[in-house]
Design a protein around this ligand. Structure first.
Ligand SMILES: [Zn+2]
Length: 244
């Protein structure tokens, strides 16, 4: 349940600030994270940095100067639709206009390799018009709410038969699911994020135009996630059944 703070603001015609409750999960220290990454044989991150126009800072206050949480609390899954090289080229192009700015933190290619697009500490533009339940943040007076300020965005490169807007395609490789499961666990452990806050673009989109990742199968993810938890021992982040 989201926590509502600043109720008095309603009388001033300002939108309520809604924050996610404290999960109570303590982030894992860097040494243990490094050991986990080794046990999982995570592919090294290849650098493919986005042009600075396509990402920004995680904002510490909203459009009205009220303090906002701005550290990662949500993990959002996507697919690219276009090919990996086309995706990277798009993110590396200068996009001065708001509506063309876009990015993810990480891209996972068909062979399971990881491409780093935006550093975790920065705000990637992965889900412009979005909400997670009641949670959304408005960082410009004219903007619609978005979850980007507290999100980590990761995208799977779509298969060649997915380069269109059909409802589904042939899906993702086992290597992609394996890397994704390891990445999700490492992010959860780095920032104290429970499994209940691992979601999809389709689930958080409020523009009614995004429905990715198509043909994603949670059971294929879960198989690798359970193996990763067994290897690293971070079972406290998998609260899918129990909630917070
Ligand atoms: Zn998306």
């Amino acid at each position: 349940m989201p926590l509502v703070v600043g109720k008095d603001d309603a009388s001033k015609n300002l939108p309520l600030i809604v924050e996610l409750v404290d999960s109570g999960l303590i982030p894992v220290n860097k040494d243990d994270l490094g050991a986990c990454s080794k046990k999982l044989a995570m592919p090294l991150e290849q650098l493919a940095p986005a042009h600075p126009s396509n990402f920004g800072n995680r904002d510490a206050s909203d459009a009205w100067g009220r303090p906002l949480k701005n550290s990662p609390e949500l993990i959002v899954l996507h697919e690219t639709v276009i090919s990996g090289p086309q995706t990277v080229a798009f993110f590396q192009a200068n996009h001065p206009e708001d509506e063309h700015q876009a990015s993810y933190h990480l891209l996972i290619d068909r062979d399971g390799s990881r491409l780093r697009i935006v550093p975790d500490e920065k705000r990637a533009y992965g889900a412009g018009m979005s909400a997670f339940g009641d949670f959304t943040q408005r960082t410009k007076p004219t903007s619609v709410g978005s979850i980007n300020n507290i999100a980590l965005h990761v995208s799977l490169v779509s298969p060649p038969d997915g380069r269109d807007d059909r409802d589904g395609h042939s899906g993702y490789t086992d290597a992609q699911y394996k890397t994704l499961a390891g990445q999700v666990l490492l992010w959860q452990a780095s920032f104290g994020i429970p499994m209940t806050r691992v979601t999809t673009h389709a689930a958080v989109d409020r523009s009614h135009s995004r429905y990715d990742p198509r043909s994603f199968r949670w059971n294929r993810f879960d198989m690798h996630y359970r193996a990763a938890v067994a290897a690293c021992g971070f079972s406290q982040f998998d609260n899918q059944q129990a909630g917070l």
